[in-house]
Design a protein around this ligand. Structure first.
Ligand SMILES: *Cc1c(COP(=O)(O)O)cnc(C)c1O
Length: 468
């Protein structure tokens, strides 16, 4: 008890600490400095009360160090660039897709200058922001019309709301998926006011299951891509073509949530065959939704393409105003869609596509270069080697599918691999990797060539003890 009280009484006063920091030239921004001092003292108080504080009180120098360290952390900015050494190309936690230089420039231009966002340069009258990308979407997907909203979850919401008006939507039990980040198809459907009618068994749904469920309350037949979930074994689902012909027979609308939705067929690169957006449009599905920042490799967006009357009705839905995209997204999206006008060009220019299709020998060379830079810097503190590894697509696309890749493997001598992983996350530019078999792996698929020197420098400084 006594010891606790003594420690509490020795906690410094905020004003005195600020005065001390001022004398050492630390005074701005005053609001943040004061907040940091209060927070550090409060944390120490809580530790003392919990009986977790070290015995003996801290010297002024120790306090100053604590304040200065925390202050530096807070001045660094919360939103930070990281190095992605995980090999997961569409890593939702690390920002999904990254953009090319040209696309980033388009975004910067939209930010720093006025634009024709909603201004028709021909007539001099008010224009529509969607018209800036609609022609490209139609050209690339073969659809009659298109619209873009905040993300694919929003696209699904506004489509269901517009198309069902509280009536029934029929969906296969095998497609009632949770995508992660609390996106569950049944929950989104409930929010949209659509009444969900589940048909089929978990593993198998047949056309007659849909047909039997159709009644005068039915508005929509819906197909959902199962994304990060895969059923194997005795399974079957109704194809888009079958669903369309059934819907036509009964005068119903069809919708498909493609999730990742790609404009490029990746099967020539050894990936499992997935339907492209164009194929689903060609199958006659009335409205198709997909993400802008998954396999498309663009900014966060929800892209809706489909029949003219249907897209027109979605555009008029008041929700559209609430879910609309900003000018930065539009600028970036137009730039990415232009890359797709030539598929070969898209495969090299869109970073997500380039990372997914980069040849294995290029990855091996990249890994060798990183190894060459690391070896001399890390000698004596860490064993470094090369190893074949497996990357993932991520973003819920092609789950369970592994892509051959190369990694630089670190085995530290003076710390555990868990400590290494944690400390590298705390670097000035955090380096994120994977732990496998008690070693730390950096998969070079997701590390850009221009980042290799930086990674070597960061790791070199870290092992040399130069990194705080
Ligand atoms: C990822 C995904 C969504 C959500 O898309 P966001 O762009 O993240 O909002 C919806 N449906 C499916 C099938 C998905 O894979």
């Amino acid at each position: 008890m006594d010891e606790k009280n003594l420690l509490l009484r020795h906690l410094p006063k905020v004003d005195e600490c600020l005065a001390m920091l001022n004398r050492r030239g630390l005074s701005q921004p005053a609001v943040l400095l004061k907040h940091v001092v209060q927070q550090v003292i409060e944390e120490e108080r809580a530790r003392i009360l919990a009986g977790e504080a070290a015995s003996g009180h801290k010297t002024p120098e120790q306090w100053e160090d604590l304040f200065a360290k925390r202050f530096a952390e807070r001045m660094r900015g919360n939103f930070r660039r990281v190095i992605n050494g995980t090999g997961v190309v569409i890593h939702t936690n690390l920002g999904r897709s990254i953009l090319s230089k040209t696309t980033s420039d388009a975004l910067v231009q939209a930010a720093g200058y006025y634009s024709n966002l909603e201004f028709d340069l021909d007539s001099g009258k008010r224009g529509s922001r969607y018209s800036l990308v609609e022609d490209l979407l139609c050209l690339l997907t073969g659809a009659e019309a298109g619209l873009v909203v905040n993300n694919n979850a929003a696209a699904v919401l506004i489509c269901l709301d517009t198309l069902t008006h509280g009536r029934e939507a029929i969906v296969s039990r095998g497609q009632l998926v949770e995508i992660g980040g609390s996106f569950r198809i049944p929950d989104v459907m409930a929010k949209s006011g659509a009444r969900l009618v589940e048909v089929g068994a978990t593993n198998r749904t047949h056309l007659y299951d849909y047909e039997r469920a159709i009644n005068e309350q039915t508005a929509l037949l819906l197909r959902v891509h199962t994304s990060n979930f895969r059923m194997i074994g005795f399974t079957s689902e109704v194809s888009a073509e079958e669903m369309v012909s059934l819907a036509r027979k009964h005068g119903l609308t069809t919708m498909e949530d493609l999730g990742s939705g790609s404009l490029v067929d990746f099967s020539p690169f050894g990936f499992p065959k997935e339907p492209t957006v164009q194929e689903i449009v060609r199958a006659g599905v009335d409205v198709v939704t997909f993400s802008g920042d998954k396999l498309l490799g663009g900014p966060q967006a929800g892209i809706i393409v489909g029949k003219k009357e249907i897209v027109a009705a979605i555009k008029k839905n008041p929700l559209n105003r609430a879910l609309r995209i900003d000018k930065f997204t539009l600028a970036a999206l137009e730039s990415v869609l232009r890359d797709y006008l030539d598929t070969d060009q898209a495969l090299t220019r869109v970073p997500t596509l380039a990372m997914l299709t980069v040849p294995l020998d290029v990855l091996k060379k990249r890994a060798r270069r990183l190894l060459g830079r690391l070896r001399p810097r890390l000698a004596g503190s860490c064993t470094v080697s090369l190893e074949r590894t497996l990357s993932r697509v991520g973003g819920g696309a092609l789950p369970e599918f592994n892509i051959d890749s190369w990694a630089v493997v670190l085995a530290p001598q003076a710390m555990t691999v868990n400590t290494l992983e944690k400390r590298l996350r705390q670097l000035f530019i955090p380096v994120i990797g994977r732990i496998e078999n008690d070693r730390f792996l950096l998969d070079v698929r997701t590390i850009q060539d221009c980042e290799l020197a930086e990674v070597a420098q960061l790791l070199g400084d870290f092992f040399a003890g130069g990194e705080r």
